[in-house]
Design a protein around this ligand. Structure first.
Ligand code: HAM
Length: 435
């Protein structure tokens, strides 16, 4: 038997929860007036090397790279930002009058990581990217958007961690301070840290092996290396967040695992302990030089991505189980004549929006009744010779057990009215309140 690949999984029983999250994504996008963008699942490898960064774990150890049959070096996207920026430049979206331009995306990403709870090799991200403004209000807008998304999903056990890396000058100041601090400890740090010391010292703070090493524990804070202007930017961000009652923790060790960040970086951690060690639900921040570094005009930008699987694990721990919308009608037929007529009747009803199932196996009447129970249809419609002659269906209300004869042309309206009534009756019932 051919089995699924390590680190992948099938979504079958969990689709209602997925759909609830997807619905929330599109509702949130409307609230913030975000435009949807869909980019390819694979891109030229160089795109990720030049954006995410050569020395990051993602590019160094985790990408799915291959040559296609035309000899092109290709990578399955490990994240969404690089592709969106490539598309922004290639499609000259910067030339549009609207500013800032705000996009969102949802889809699969691929990283060759060691699978564990909350970490898979194919996973889904929902992300937003805002281009065109360096104002602190954008940093706030992305954090507020991420927080609102969690609130919409009724997730309240989370903590917002933020930090600032500053602009080019501040980052250089920090790299210098960090190198001075790390230099005396180099001999006791791992080979990766030693290589990164020369090439990209900030990445030393990401080291998984030496995370408890004194040199890393006592490393200087990026905030202390900020220029006056960058410090003010960060203070404004915090001030506006406070005015919005968005609690946040300044996390001095937060630098993020991708190279393109500048100024504000943030992560939202689950505090419900539903995720074990993979507790970061969302990560993001500013990346003011990435558009320019990839060949576009200088364009400040900021964004975030949520890991959808981690959200689903959290929702599962909260016992959030959205119900599938019930089937409206199971149409069963008695006798050969009715059997031949039922598909056409079902077809007409579906055209009128009635969700309908019929017997596709050739079952007898008893077995059809049994099936109708398995489908949990709200109504059962019985079509026999007598009904055909009169042009009606015997419609059985499965909630009350009552039966009535309804003319073919009135079935859709009758069902629609009863379902409307169900909703009215249910407005105050606990299931509906908890939706
Ligand atoms: P990231 O921190 O690499 O950032 O990923 C964002 C989120 O994706 C993580 O917080 C996590 O929830 C989820 N995630 C990452 N890897 C896995 C995995 N192997 N399995 C399951 N979930 C995973 C980015 O990707 C940036 N592009 C975010 C961003 C957008 N920054 C600016 N704009």
């Amino acid at each position: 038997m051919i089995k699924k690949m390590k680190g992948t999984y099938d979504i079958v029983k969990d689709t209602p929860r997925f759909r609830a999250v997807e619905k929330a994504i599109h509702t949130l996008a409307r609230l913030f007036n975000l435009e949807e963008i869909r980019t390819p699942h694979f891109e030229a490898s160089e795109l990720f090397h030049r954006s995410v960064g050569e020395e990051t774990d993602i590019v160094g150890k985790e990408t799915y790279d291959f040559f296609d049959r035309g000899g092109r070096k290709i990578t399955l996207r490990p994240e969404g930002t690089a592709g969106v920026v490539r598309s922004y430049i290639e499609n000259k979206l910067h030339a549009e009058a609207k500013n800032p331009q705000k996009y969102y995306y949802y889809g699969s990403m691929f990283r060759y990581e060691r699978p564990q709870k909350g970490r898979t090799r194919e996973f889904r991200q929902f992300g937003i990217e805002i281009f065109g403004s360096k104002d602190p209000s954008v940093d706030v807008e992305i954090i507020a958007c991420a927080v609102l998304f969690l609130r919409m999903l009724k997730i309240t056990d989370f903590a917002v961690h933020i930090n600032s890396l500053g602009g080019e000058e501040s980052k250089k100041n920090y790299e210098k301070a960090l190198k001075e601090h790390i230099r005396p400890h180099l001999e006791t740090l791992c080979a990766d840290c030693n290589r990164r010391f020369e090439k990209n010292p900030l990445r030393i703070l990401d080291c998984k092996k030496d995370t408890e090493h004194d040199a890393l524990q006592n490393a200087p804070h990026p905030i202390d290396a900020l220029t006056e202007e960058d410090r003010e930017h960060f203070e404004s961000v915090r001030e506006i967040l406070q005015s919005m009652d968005i609690d946040h923790i300044v996390d001095h060790r937060l630098v993020r695992g991708l190279d393109y960040y500048t100024h504000t970086v943030f992560e939202i951690k689950d505090t419900l302990e539903a995720l074990g060690s993979q507790d970061t639900l969302c990560g993001g921040g500013r990346y003011d030089y990435l558009v320019e570094n990839l060949g576009g005009p200088p364009t400040p930008a900021a964004g975030f991505s949520f890991g959808i699987e981690r959200l689903l694990l959290t929702l599962e721990a909260l016992e959030f189980t959205p119900k599938r919308a019930p089937l409206h009608l199971y149409l069963l037929s008695i006798g050969e004549k009715a059997k031949k007529k039922t598909p056409a009747l079902a077809h007409k009803l579906r055209l009128q929006g009635v969700t309908t199932e019929t017997d596709l196996v050739g079952r007898g009447i008893k077995a059809q009744f049994k099936q109708s129970e398995h489908t949990a249809a709200r109504f059962v419609g019985i079509v026999g010779d007598a009904e055909l002659e009169k042009g009606i269906v015997t419609l059985k209300d499965q909630n009350t057990g009552t039966e009535e004869e309804v003319a073919f042309e009135n079935i859709a309206a009758t069902i629609a009215e009863k379902i409307k009534q169900d909703r009215r009756d249910c407005d105050t019932c606990p299931e509906r309140k908890g939706e």
